[in-house]
Ligand binder design. Sequence first.
Ligand SMILES: [Zn+2]
Ligand SMILES: [Zn+2]
Length: 249
Amino acid sequence: MPGSTTGSATWFDLRRRTTIYPPEPAGRPGVCAVCRGPARPGFARCYQCAQHDLLGLGLLADVVVPISYAVKGTAFATGLWRYKSWRSPDPAARACLLALLLSFLHDHGRCVWRHAGMPAPGRLAVVPTGCGRPGPHPLLEMAGPYLRLPVTGLVIRPGEQGRDPNPDRFTSERAGLGASVLLLDDSWVSGASAQSAAAALKRAGARHVAVVVLGRHVDPADRLSAPLAARLVPRGYDPDRCAVHRARP
Ligand SMILES: [Zn+2]
Ligand SMILES: [Zn+2]
């Protein structure tokens, strides 16, 4: 995990780099308890997260924690796309997203592990991109050297691309029997990729999988998402608040 020996001034500087759209609390009506996306009135989860049960409850991620919403059309959402542009990755977007991810894991990693009921992760994995681009995932390339966790590789199984949750979509390297895995993703749209990746890790031996997502996609033009999008406001990253934060007793 990011080193506690690093000076507090450095953390202060890193935290100030990005403006985010903080996730709404899980218990709020109309907010999915899993991914914090829009849920239909009277439902605890969004349609897609309910669909993920098809993967088998024991194979789903133990927790899903979005760091921010990615509201379509905003600079934050654009950065999530630009940072991994194949031809010309945006260095400014990379720097901002890396600072945000490292700050978040430094400040709220323990919130995530506690909420998942797991020890601090011993392994790191990244949800592969849908396009099957060659080389390491940009998120792994950026954050891996700082997180200093052994990596469990995930690859798309040929012919299994798709949008539905599918425990066969990815093959996972051995995760280590009983391992706790931090699974990173840049964007959560339906969550099918991340949950399929969690399922692959669990089938490869992982006991716990905690998903941390940079941006939970929200499209203001979508009828169901519009009320949520309308009340989201950009804020500076807050070291005292996250999607699963609890005030310490
Ligand atoms: Zn959901
Ligand atoms: Zn927290």
